[in-house]
Design a protein around this ligand. Structure first.
Ligand code: ADP
Ligand code: ZN
Length: 630
């Protein structure tokens, strides 16, 4: 078999995506690889395909049990013998798995890093040849990454224990140069092929909102996404519970997920979400790594996360099936304070580091937080910023982010910018600092108690921008933050200070152009614009009928629906309307094994639909198709 035929036969795909083929070829020629690809790009295929072609097993190291279970389920459904070893496995199942590996039945063995150096595991690798060790989420190796896991360092020792050094293939979604160096060095990669594919996820729409009432903003988002699956990330367990309860009371099928719940409750929530029983999961960042659910249509961040790395990874769980999806961040400056607190109290995880190194780690965390704040204050292309952050050049207009979609007008805002900056300067002269809300209050000449107490009415900048709308003023402050004229401190009030860059503007040596919203679009108009995601262009009724078939099969097989076929596969069926086995095999995502197992059921549904096409709408025999989506 060739890589191409494995891809087609087992996974049902016709073409490799960007980077996959090169990585696979290198692995098959016995070389190490380091693959850096965004979430959803298809990293797993890069080791799963060669695993089928090599002599000996492939050990896949993965950080989370849910990740392993999910992957194993996907592989088994595709007809690939895979298994996992982790601490939740009962003793009997554990030894049964070991036996299966020994007898040569298993091609891919997933293991938690803690397992690798156990006697049972090491003796296993004495009796079967390990052809490849694939390291998933490889950034976990580096203390400079956003997700350091000391247990990952055991991989190195494990490699040294093996009788023959296997091919080592490392994969991660995000890696700065330092993290990449660490991965290469710590794993001892030998002249690896290092491949970075584009980070852009074109089907994702990026949006930042700065709502005064977050919950109301969330409700608006959920309303325009009714019937679709989504994740709502909250910064704390308490908030997760609170938001989830409110949503349930408001009639949404929501589940909660955080580390404070019992393992059982977490599994239940996760299963309900994977099986589409719950449309929304409200969770802390404990949820998601390894959640492969392909039809997540939106990811809302109820709070600002700690870094762009974390954000891109979490938000990237939307739209894995390539369908249009949206990623919305609801920002409030209070989030800065919470994140600062989290950074300052994160030392327990870094106990093994020296004082010096710990300080360094913390400084890096703060730098990342600052970038995140910049993102939240952007008023020009969000995608441009994201891609730039990950070291990629991108056009300054993408047409599919909140900023590009906003109706704006570019104006020369040099004078108001000078007024804003000099107000920060004047406040500073009094030995004080203020946050953006107070700053806007001063500039607008507001008559508040706090303002009076601080004596700010006597500032020369008091009321200087009273004629500018509040929305425009807030926008301008955001722009000055995002362009680095102002910097937010990470303390309690997210106070603002001038940066050296501000001097040129204050002295009139530099002008400032700003794209400001043309007029205050009414909320309903805004919603309508955002709701207009690109059309799928397929027969919705047929799609729902196929979903219904899939649900029945999923219930029969005890697997999540998307493991049977992804939404993208069903939509491909809708547009190509296969009528026999051969045509069915041409559908993206239909491999031989799945064709044999499920092809018939879908062909029957398609045929039934075609036969009823002449009859009036609503008389389709499989009936409640459209209800299945609710
Ligand atoms: P990652 O681990 O990089 O986040 P996955 O390996 O989970 O991404 O792949 C994301 C999705 O893309 C999966 O549903 C996978 O089946 C699909 N996929 C991967 N490679 C291809 C391909 N060559 N053609 C079509 N779909 C693919
Ligand atoms: Zn854009």
């Amino acid at each position: 078999m060739t890589p191409q035929s494995v891809l087609k036969e087992f996974f049902g795909y016709d073409r490799f995506r960007d980077g996959q083929e090169e990585l696979i070829r290198q692995i098959l020629s016995g070389g190490d690889v380091l693959g850096i690809m965004p979430t959803g790009a298809g990293k797993s295929i890069c080791y799963q395909v060669p695993a089928m072609l090599m002599t000996g097993i492939t050990v896949v190291v993965s950080p989370l049990i849910s990740l392993m279970q999910d992957q194993v389920a996907v592989l088994r459904e595709a007809g690939i013998p895979a298994a996992c070893l982790h601490s939740n496995l009962g003793q009997e199942a554990y030894f049964r798995t070991l036996d299966a590996v020994r007898s040569g039945e298993i091609r891919l063995l997933y293991a938690a890093p803690e397992r690798l150096l156990t006697d049972a595991f090491l003796s296993l690798t004495d009796s079967v040849a390990v052809a490849m060790v694939a390291v998933d989420e490889a950034h976990c190796l580096s203390q400079w990454g956003q997700d350091f896991r000391p247990s990952y360092l055991q991989i190195t020792e494990f490699l040294a224990e093996l009788p023959r050094r296997p091919v080592v293939a490392a994969f991660t979604a995000t890696a700065t140069q330092t993290v990449r160096d660490d991965i290469r060095h710590l794993l001892g990669l030998r002249q690896p092929l290092e491949l970075v594919t584009g980070f852009d996820r074109k089907n994702l729409r990026w949006i930042v909102e700065r709502p005064s009432k977050r919950y109301d903003a969330l409700l608006r988002i959920l309303k325009r996404n009714r019937g679709k699956s989504g994740i709502v990330y909250c910064i704390s367990r308490r908030l997760t519970d609170e938001v989830c309860s409110k949503l349930c009371a408001d009639g949404f099928r929501a589940e909660r997920y955080h580390a404070g719940l019992s393992a059982e409750a977490r599994t239940r929530a996760q299963e309900a979400f994977l099986h589409d029983d719950a449309e929304i999961i409200v969770a802390t960042n404990a949820f998601g790594m390894g959640i492969d659910k392909s039809n997540v249509s939106f990811v809302v961040h109820y709070n600002m996360p700690k870094s762009m790395e974390a954000y891109y990874q979490e938000a990237g769980r939307a739209g894995r099936d390539g369908m249009p999806a949206e990623c919305i961040l609801l920002y409030s400056p209070q989030d800065i304070r919470t994140n600062t607190f989290l950074i300052e109290n994160s030392d327990s995880e870094n106990e093994m580091l020296s004082e010096e190194a710990r300080k360094n780690v913390r400084q890096k965390d703060f730098d990342r937080l600052h970038k995140m704040v910049q993102y939240c204050n952007l008023t020009d292309c969000l995608r441009h910023f994201i891609l730039g952050y990950f070291g990629e050049k991108a056009p300054t207009y993408c047409g599919n982010c909140g900023c590009c979609l906003a109706e704006t007008e570019t104006v020369d805002a040099t004078v108001p910018a000078q007024k804003i900056l000099s107000c920060v300067y004047r406040v500073g002269q009094r030995g004080r600092h203020c946050g953006s809300k107070m700053l806007c209050d001063i500039l607008q000449g507001k008559d508040t108690k706090q303002l009076k107490e601080a004596g700010y009415q006597t500032l020369s900048t008091y009321g200087l921008l009273a004629d500018v709308s509040r929305m425009h003023l807030e926008h301008m402050v955001s722009i000055l933050i995002s362009r680095g004229y102002l910097i937010t401190d990470t303390g309690q009030y997210a106070t603002l200070s001038l940066t050296p860059k501000a001097n040129a503007v204050l002295r009139g040596q530099e002008t400032v152009q700003m794209a400001l919203p043309q007029r205050d679009l009414k909320q309903t108009q805004r919603e309508r614009r955002l709701a207009a995601l690109p059309d799928y262009g397929v027969d919705e009724e047929l799609f729902q009928a196929l979903r219904h078939v899939r649900e029945k099969l999923a219930a029969r097989e005890f697997v999540p629906a998307y493991i049977i076929f992804s939404d993208a596969t069903l939509r491909d069926m809708c547009s190509k309307r296969p009528s026999n086995e051969e045509e069915m095999l041409a559908i993206s995502g239909v491999g031989k094994y799945k064709m044999d197992k499920y092809g018939e059921a879908f062909l029957a549904a398609l045929e039934e639909y075609a036969a009823s096409a002449g009859s009036p709408r609503g008389h389709f025999p499989s009936g409640n198709g459209s209800q299945a989506a609710q």
